[in-house]
Design a protein around this ligand. Structure first.
Ligand code: GLP
Length: 250
């Protein structure tokens, strides 16, 4: 596991974007696993800027997103499909048919999840999976206590996740209670994992994920078992890790 420390959110976004750009330059037809949440927005802005300058093309890239709220249409402003269109896909040259996000309106959510795992296999697996991390250490929508052996599946959101995500909705009642999410098994199948973490409010969970036991009570702790993980964090997010004596690169 490599851990990079960046002074602030902007520097973290730039560093993480450069790692994704390197992946795309090395393998233009790579499969990128993409994430939502507020943390990756800055890196999507940076990738867009490099595309607009002509330094980077996504014309051959294929993408799969981690998760989607159950019950939200792709046109709903808080759906993750809408987020991806708005923050990245509509701003770069990735073909629409190369982008994949779980369908929150699927008639049969379990069948949608099984088809998504098959899609990932058909694409040849994920070359680089981008992750954010929730305050309780969740990755994608794999909440504390969820089984590490699951592929894409329907999840019940934890109360803390509903609390954290209500800021995007008009009221807490409007936050969906369920989602479709790639499971830990699907995420661990990626050849390379890049996790971005920002802010002091994630420092404790990040420290547990990196230095604590591998336990489904802290879903991100499973990353200790993956052979190629890079964490890019700002100084605030890495503060507890550094106090614990974990070496980080500048
Ligand atoms: C949601 C997403 C996760 C994301 C998390 C943290 O729960 N499903 O993929 O990592 O939020 O979001 P933020 O980056 O806004 O803290």
């Amino acid at each position: 596991m490599r851990i990079y420390e960046c002074a602030d959110y902007k520097a973290m976004s730039r560093r993480a974007a450069s790692l994704i750009a390197a992946q795309v330059l090395l393998k233009p037809d790579c499969v990128l696993g993409l994430a939502t949440g507020s943390t990756p927005i800055g890196l999507y802005d940076q990738l867009t800027e490099w595309y607009q300058k002509g330094d980077l093309s996504f014309a051959k890239v294929r993408s799969v997103n981690l998760d989607e709220y159950l019950g939200l249409a792709p046109t709903h402003e808080q759906s993750y499909r809408y987020f991806m269109q708005h923050n990245l896909f509509d701003r770069i040259d990735i073909p629409a048919e190369s982008t994949h996000v779980l369908n929150g309106l699927a008639q049969d959510p379990d069948a949608e999840c099984a088809a998504y795992d098959q899609l990932i296999r058909d694409l040849g697996g994920v070359d680089m999976q981008l992750l954010g991390m929730g305050h309780n250490g969740h990755i994608a929508f794999n909440e504390p206590g969820d089984d590490f052996g699951l592929g894409t599946h329907v999840v019940e959101l934890a109360e803390r996740t509903i609390d954290a995500n209500q800021r995007f909705f008009a009221s807490r009642d409007e936050v969906p209670r369920k989602a479709l999410s790639m499971g830990i098994k699907s995420i661990m199948g990626a050849r390379r994992i890049l996790m971005v973490v920002s802010g002091a409010d994630k420092a404790e969970s990040l420290c547990k994920a990196v230095t604590g036991p591998v336990t489904n009570e802290v879903p991100a702790s499973v990353l200790q078992l993956h052979p190629d993980v890079t964490i890019v964090g700002d100084t605030a997010a890495l503060s507890k890790l550094k106090e614990a004596g974990v070496p980080v690169c500048g």
